[in-house]
Design a protein around this ligand. Structure first.
Ligand SMILES: [Zn+2]
Length: 289
């Protein structure tokens, strides 16, 4: 009876789109979050973190994680990090050692992603789904390692990313695998595994199809991976809109929506580029659950 009621209640909640009410549902079985080191970056002046000048003149170091979600129905990779070789569109031909001085920033890849997967006895083909907070080069660098995965793509994001000429920070060859891979095109929120435990929430503004990932872990806690909705912890505290941003009003509206969801679900918000948040997350082979 209990099981039937739970199933019926879940079906009703899903049908009504009232998934936020699902806080009362049983904890998601077996969902874990692994954090991978997919590079980093350093800025001599991180003024671009706010379009009001609030961060002008201050240097910054950024984390650049990828995340693996284990679900009983398969693995999901959330964001694909910085590429092993930075594309010329980003470096403008400046050698890595001179980038900070000449371009004001430098970036580096993490350990090879395939090696990090191996630490979990995984091969790229074992990953069932890949999805992205958005398609900028620092989130798609290893995407083409996963031709066998189903690519979950926001339709608006892909259309924007493929514009000619490419928008700033879009390097389409890094994620060209979308053309031949199995695809699940989405236009907003998506429930990846159909049980409410792993949800992509559209949060447009930084780019038209920017998204965040909301997880309900096996232990009952929720985690919200916020993509580039925020670039720094200070930016989250004060609602800084980055200078490189597609739609300011949309970004502010997304911040309001996502913060409301985080409060309602009690989710731990992870600012993906914040080294402070990266340092607090367990590293392979450890995980959150
Ligand atoms: Zn980024």
């Amino acid at each position: 009876m209990q099981g039937r009621w739970t199933t019926a209640a879940r079906a009703f909640v899903a049908a009504a789109g009232l998934w936020l009410a699902c806080g009362a549902c049983a904890a998601a079985p077996g969902v874990r979050l692994y954090t991978l080191d997919c590079g980093g970056a350093e800025f001599a002046d991180f003024g671009l973190a706010s379009d009001t000048g609030a961060q002008d003149g201050r240097p910054a170091r950024l984390a650049n994680p990828c995340f693996l979600v284990r679900h009983p129905a398969g693995w999901l990779l959330w964001d694909a990090g910085l590429p092993p070789q930075l594309p010329a569109a980003v470096t403008r031909g400046v050698p890595p050692a001179d980038m900070l001085r000449e371009l004001g920033f430098r970036a580096w890849a993490g350990p090879p992603l395939a090696d990090q997967l191996r630490a979990l006895s995984l091969k790229p083909n074992d990953i069932r789904y890949i999805a992205f907070s958005h398609l900028h080069f620092d989130h798609t660098g290893n995407a083409n390692l996963f031709p066998g995965a189903t690519w979950i793509l926001q339709r608006a994001e892909l259309a924007w990313a493929l514009a000619e000429p490419p928008p700033v920070s879009m390097v389409p060859e890094l994620f060209s695998g979308w053309r031949s891979a199995d695809k699940r095109m989405i236009d907003g929120d998506a429930d990846v595994f159909g049980d409410g435990s792993v949800r992509i929430l559209r949060a447009p503004g930084h780019t038209p199809g920017s998204s965040v990932l909301l997880l309900r872990l096996a232990g009952g806690g929720s985690v919200l991976l916020s993509g580039d909705l925020y670039l720094t912890l200070e930016g989250r505290a004060h609602g800084h809109v980055p200078a490189v941003n597609a739609d300011r009003a949309a970004t502010l509206a997304s911040m309001e929506r996502i913060e409301t969801i985080a409060r309602r679900t009690g989710a731990r918000v992870v600012v993906q580029h914040a080294p402070e948040d990266f340092n607090l997350l367990p590293k392979l082979p450890a995980f959150l659950e």
